[in-house]
Design a protein around this ligand. Structure first.
Ligand code: E4P
Length: 237
């Protein structure tokens, strides 16, 4: 299973890249908005500063952040479009694809997203269909040629549906027809989600830093490390 970090926070990306287990990164507009990066919003030339709350300002900030991530991560980096029509999504997707060779354009699962998927796939742009909540949506994305499909399991669990059942269904369907589309399990809330997705054979789990951090810990490990250290230093001549 591949591990992606679900964040736009460059410090976290650098920190966990050192563990050697981060294969890629996913971002979305919410994650980018969470970043308090006003200071980092470089003024290109004196007097030409664009306001952060303008579309051009936001785009510059987003481009800067994605390019920073691409300097640290060689694997897939998902960058989400924000236009609501296919024409705008295609324009954004083509632009994002120029930022780095490992950009995956994240498109919403709706009519406009499907139209954009068709055009971008034909042009060789890599894609990730996001906001997937049903097996039929995943099937459509795979038929449309998406590289990744992102089912949001945590948000399904939040409304008392079983997110993991959806993963099981999608994996079965993709196997039945040998679809090349990878199952990118998203909206992961805790380590159990990661383990269950791995047991089902999902291709990728994308998780926030807090979940990745929890994967490493076990109280018996901490107790064991302390005991070994204490016993070692208790050895006397
Ligand atoms: C990743 O691609 C998704 O945008 C993300 O996992 C959504 O997670 P959330 O439901 O916690 O916002």
């Amino acid at each position: 299973m591949q591990f992606f970090l679900d964040t736009a926070n460059i410090q976290d990306i650098k920190k966990y890249a050192e563990w050697g287990v981060i294969d890629g990164v996913t971002t979305n507009p919410t994650l980018v908005a969470k970043e308090k990066v006003q200071e980092e919003f470089a003024t290109p030339k004196r007097g030409s500063r664009q306001k952060l709350d303008s579309p051009a300002g936001r785009n510059r900030l987003f481009e800067k952040r994605i390019k920073e991530i691409a300097k640290v991560i060689n694997g897939p980096i998902s960058a989400e479009v924000t236009s609501s029509d296919a024409k705008g999504m295609i324009k954004e997707g083509l632009e994002y694809a120029k930022w780095a060779k490992n950009i995956y354009v994240k498109l919403p699962m709706n009519e406009e997203g499907m139209k954009a998927l068709k055009v971008l796939s034909k042009k060789g742009v890599k894609t990730n269909i996001t906001l997937v909540f049903s097996a039929s949506q995943a099937l459509l994305a795979a038929k449309g040629g998406a590289n990744f499909v992102s089912p949001f399991i945590g948000r399904l669990d939040d409304i008392s549906q079983d997110g993991m059942e959806l993963i099981k269904d999608i994996i079965q369907i993709f196997r039945n027809y040998n679809f090349k589309t990878k199952v990118l399990v998203a909206s992961i809330r805790h380590p159990r989600h990661v383990v269950e997705a791995a047991k089902l054979g999902a291709d990728i789990s994308t998780m926030p830093a807090e979940v990745l951090e929890k994967l490493i810990h076990h109280p018996l490990t901490d107790i064991g490390i302390k005991k070994f250290a204490d016993d070692w230093t208790s050895i006397k001549q």
